[in-house]
Design a protein around this ligand. Structure first.
Ligand code: AGP
Length: 627
């Protein structure tokens, strides 16, 4: 989704804004632009396509001022083009916008009837028109923004500047994230801290309906009614190096290689190694939650374990890859803790009028912590009186801030649009959570907990071994890209991994792929199988192995070419498959963490071999802040 950067300070705004937009590239975009102060006016430069196109246009452009705003656009209203790129400028007001104005038609008609002329097809330009009209009356940009907010419906965050107040930048948040970086004599405003960390680690997170007023190097945060707010300044422990490629060709490949560390970092805070037990440190479910009035027993209980022991139903809600992690959680929680689990795609959950009984726990999973549908699902769950727990990578993101309890992926910055390390970290966390819940409810013995924990603690080292398939897939990519499509199949806890493998191939290689429960094959997909169809069968030695093997025989009998993933030196699988990839022997609970790595590598190498932009696949965004 769109990226926003604004800067006031002694450095060249052009450089800071371009650098910031570059660091936000992962969000996905199709055009970009800046408006920077020069000789008393905000000079606008925009370009369609990649940031390098904008950079070319900016070469040699003199900008004398200290203030500027910039934007990468991900088209919603109007095709990707220079005329639709931001900033939009109307009568000296320049504006960048992230989100969607839902009452766009109505505003456009109203503006048109009062004589406005439009230079783009965007909803964002309308906001610039409204602001230009308002500022004529208020003669003050902050007051103009306040005046325009009630006229807009939808989710939208904006930065605005006005030529008559050349030291002033106004930022408003309603939906898409906005953060302020407070440096020494300089201020950076951006959609994500990644655009800020090179300049300062002092961060102020704006909440919905807050307005930040930057005046020179000082700032204030206000409610939309204009009341001053006292906002905490957080100190980040990230640094800019964390968002470099470190010698890898792509962020995605670097992130695939970082997975063993990501899993170790996700696990570390939550394991008591002396007692070999899960402790879910700092999860925060013991903090009183004012919306629990309908669940008195939960409210009265003293700590996280007690609270969770009273949970009678778990809902796991997420989108995309995070949703597949949620489906793995269902298998683990139901099997280990014996609590019924419903999983739902957030965009369905929020509109299907779900029944959320008392003593329900709603777990929302989101790497970015900003996914609009997941955030809406969380809010719905809170209104229904459920306990809520978020699993996020980005701390202080909207979902993290609004959930009652928190688990952190601790994966470090994930830049590749295709999620990899955040996924495996989540799988590790749902392992821990299931064990914790199982213990809290008396569902497993200390010995069982120890066995599962030992298996989990061993995974980072086992993952290192699986990463060696990198070379194999690099060599096989040329052959694999020739298939008409790929069917990924598995059973049980690995079924979501089949779906995740298919999603990875779709989003990166733009090849058709499906993830299926292997037992479903004869109910339809078998008809697809011939020698042009590649079958990827995830078949580790677990309780489903024999049945998966029969499904493999069926696929082979129809001429499908098979890559199988099994445990150790499995002769049966070798005989039935064109290619056999061996996974280390592990507990069923951690097999998904190991099995997903070859599927990520397959998608990565096929996409790279096809010449696709692996880190920024077409049409996709990292942080999906509109529904
Ligand atoms: C993953 O590779 C995707 N690009 C996408 O499905 C992603 O997982 C989804 O949009 C959810 O994002 P979140 O985890 O940040 O909420």
């Amino acid at each position: 989704m769109c990226g926003i950067v604004g800067y006031y300070g002694p450095r060249a705004p052009k450089d800071v804004i371009l650098d910031g937009l570059k660091r936000l590239e992962y969000r996905g975009y199709d055009s970009a632009g800046v408006a920077i102060l020069h000789d008393g006016e905000f000079k606008r430069v925009r370009a369609s396509g990649k940031l390098s196109e904008l950079a070319k246009k900016l070469e040699g452009e003199p900008f004398g001022g200290r203030l500027g705003i910039g934007h990468t656009r991900w088209a919603t209203h109007g095709v990707p083009s220079e005329r639709n790129a931001h900033p939009h400028k109307v009568e000296g007001v320049s504006l960048v916008h992230n989100g969607i104005i839902e009452n766009y038609q109505e505003i456009r008609e109203e503006l048109r009837s009062s004589g406005a002329e439009f230079t783009s097809d965007t909803d964002s330009e309308l906001v610039a028109h409204l602001l230009a009209r308002e500022v004529r009356g208020t003669n003050d940009l902050f007051a103009a923004v306040q005046g325009v907010i009630p006229k807009l419906k939808g989710a939208y965050s904006i930065l605005a500047v006005w030529e008559k107040q050349p030291e002033v930048l106004v930022a408003f948040k309603n939906g898409p994230p906005l953060v302020l970086g407070v440096g020494d004599g300089e201020i950076v405003v951006a959609s994500d801290v990644q655009a800020i960390v090179s300049y300062t680690n002092k961060i102020v997170y704006l909440e919905d309906f807050e307005i930040a007023l930057v005046q020179g190097a000082s700032y204030g945060v206000y409610s939309d009614k204009g009341e001053p707010l006292r906002k905490p300044v957080h100190t980040l422990n990230w640094n800019a190096d964390a968002v470099e490629k470190a010698g890898f060709r792509h962020f995605m490949l670097k992130e695939i290689y970082e997975q063993p560390r990501a899993v170790a970092q996700a696990i570390a805070p939550h394991v008591d190694l002396d007692r070999m037990t899960v402790r879910l440190a700092g999860v925060g479910m013991d903090v009183p939650y004012d919306r629990l009035e309908a669940v008195d027993a939960l409210k009265d209980s003293e700590n996280t374990a007690e609270r969770l022991s009273l949970v009678e139903r778990v809902f796991v809600i997420a989108c995309g890859t995070s949703f597949y992690a949620g489906q793995v959680a269902k298998y683990l929680i139901e099997s280990l803790a014996k609590v019924p689990v419903e999983t739902d795609i957030a965009s369905e959950f929020r509109y299907r009028e779900p029944v959320i009984p008392p003593r329900s726990l709603v777990v929302v999973i989101s790497q970015s912590g900003e996914t609009a549908d997941t955030l809406a699902a969380l809010r719905l769950a809170k209104r229904a009186g459920a306990m809520t727990l978020s699993i996020c990578n980005v701390r202080r993101s909207s979902i993290d801030r609004e959930a009652q309890g928190h688990l952190y992926m601790n994966s470090g910055a994930e830049i590749g649009v295709a999620s990899t390390k955040a996924f495996v970290s989540t799988l590790a966390l749902v392992n821990l959570f299931s064990l914790f819940l199982a213990r809290a409810r008396g569902g497993i013995t200390a010995d069982q907990e120890r066995r599962h924990l030992e298996a989990l603690l061993a995974t980072p080292a086992q993952m290192e071994a699986v990463l060696s398939y990198d070379k194999w897939f690099a060599e096989a990519a040329e052959r694999l890209k020739g298939y008409r499509g790929v069917l990924y199949m598995a059973r049980g806890v690995n079924f979501p991994i089949a779906m995740e493998g298919a999603l990875k191939l779709k989003e990166l290689a733009y090849m058709h792929a499906e993830g299926y429960a292997a037992g479903e094959m004869k109910h339809g997909p078998l008809a697809l199988i011939d020698e042009r169809m590649l079958i990827v069968m995830v078949a580790p030695t677990d309780q489903h192995y024999e049945k998966t093997l029969s499904n493999l025989e069926e696929a082979r009998a129809r001429g499908g070419h098979i890559i199988s993933l099994g445990t150790g030196d499995n002769q049966e699988l070798k005989r039935l498959s064109r290619y056999y990839l061996s996974l280390p022997k592990a507990e069923w609970t951690v097999n998904p963490i190991l099995a997903v790595i070859p599927l990520q590598l397959l998608a990565y190498h096929v996409a790279d071999n096809l010449g696709h932009d692996v880190d920024q696949p077409r049409n996709l965004a990292k942080s999906v802040t509109v529904e």
